[in-house]
Design a protein around this ligand. Structure first.
Ligand code: PHE
Length: 339
């Protein structure tokens, strides 16, 4: 008798099927009124006393196993029916997906890159955490040089040799270390200055700086390049260069474009002069070339740098620089989606 129950137990354990009907047949065979288990329970009274305990335990085990097996197989097969592809409604519309748009800073940055690519400039990038050498010293700004105050620097607390770059001129130093002239590169990127945040200035902003070094590069080349840029970027063809000072260029200039005085806004943004300052520029100082092991007797070059936010504010008439960093969808969605 006990052996017979063991065989049933084995049968229950190994039983499996993918057909619900077979599960039902299995249930009837073991668990129905006239099923094996009821027969075994009925047999109990004929079992010799000394075997009753073990017999009782075995049939209870068998009942548990059979009940559990039926439950498991049913659940598995019924769920499989629900997951069946034929139950899917493929005609249902999908969830609405909003199409994003490029950030205005990226739009303007890409526009500037495109314009300079056409005249043979490549794009270079560098780290935002810089060392003193690449951001200052190599650019003719040695320690204690008063012009360092022009760029309120965030230093890294633990090591004052490390800082957040204050301009992307640091990328140009890296580029000059790694490449021999001729060099024609523009360096877009994010920069940091410890300035009070207001509608006009922020402690984080973006720049594009350009560098051109070759034999016989002159100030006239600089002016012509900037004129080409302002025509392409703003559709304006009148610029002027005012003498200025940067430690890394000599001579240096501020570049203004003639914006015009057609509308009230023109009056406001140009303070009634019609002229707008858009960037700094100049001839690369011979000291910078020497620091980079480029012979200033053979090579000359020019450099320029502009703030992307300032240009985006002009082009899109954005009144407050803080709007760029607030991630307000009502602001961002106004810029053309990417096509
Ligand atoms: N690096 C300067 C700045 O951050 C801009 C500049 C670049 C000026 C190159 C002259 C030449 O303001």
């Amino acid at each position: 008798m006990i052996n017979q129950i063991e065989r049933y137990l084995e049968e229950v354990k190994t039983f499996t099927t993918k057909d619900l009907k077979e599960v039902e047949a299995f249930r009837i065979k073991f668990l129905s009124k006239k099923g094996i288990l009821n027969q075994l329970f009925a047999e109990f009274k004929n079992v010799p006393n000394n075997e009753k305990r073990i017999y009782g335990q075995k049939i209870n085990l068998l009942k548990q196993a059979a009940t559990e097996k039926v439950k498991q197989l049913k659940e598995k097969l019924e769920n499989a029916v629900e997951e069946n592809a034929s139950e899917l409604d493929l005609t249902r519309p999908g969830y609405p997906v909003e199409i994003g748009s490029r950030h205005p800073i990226s739009i303007v940055k890409n526009q500037i890159i495109d314009i300079f690519k056409h005249i043979g400039f490549n794009v270079s990038e560098g780290p935002e955490i810089e060392d003193d050498w690449h951001n200052f010293t190599a650019l003719n700004l040695p320690e204690y040089h008063p012009a360092r105050d022009m760029q309120d620097t965030f230093f890294l607390q633990k090591n004052p040799d490390w800082l957040l770059r204050t301009h992307t001129s640091s990328v140009q130093t890296r580029y000059m270390e790694a490449h021999k002239p001729p060099i024609r590169t523009i360096s877009p990127g994010r920069v940091y200055r410890n300035e009070d945040i207001s509608a006009r200035s922020h402690c984080i902003f973006h720049q594009v700086e350009g560098l051109y070094i070759d034999k016989g590069v002159s100030f006239a080349d600089l002016k012509q390049t900037l004129l080409y840029f302002t025509k392409e970027m703003f559709g304006k063809s009148k610029i002027r260069l005012r003498p200025s000072y940067f430690p890394f260029t000599e001579p240096s200039a501020e570049v203004d474009i003639y914006w015009g005085l057609k509308t009230e806004t023109d009056y406001r943004i140009t303070k009634g002069t019609g002229w707008l300052e858009i960037m700094g520029a100049g001839m690369v100082d011979p000291n910078v070339l020497k620091n980079m092991e480029i012979d200033p007797g053979v090579y000359t070059g020019f450099a320029f740098g502009m703030g992307i936010e300032r240009i985006a504010m002009l082009l899109y008439q954005i009144p407050d620089i803080r709007m760029f960093y607030e991630n307000d969808m009502r602001f961002l969605s106004q810029f053309k989606p990417v096509v």
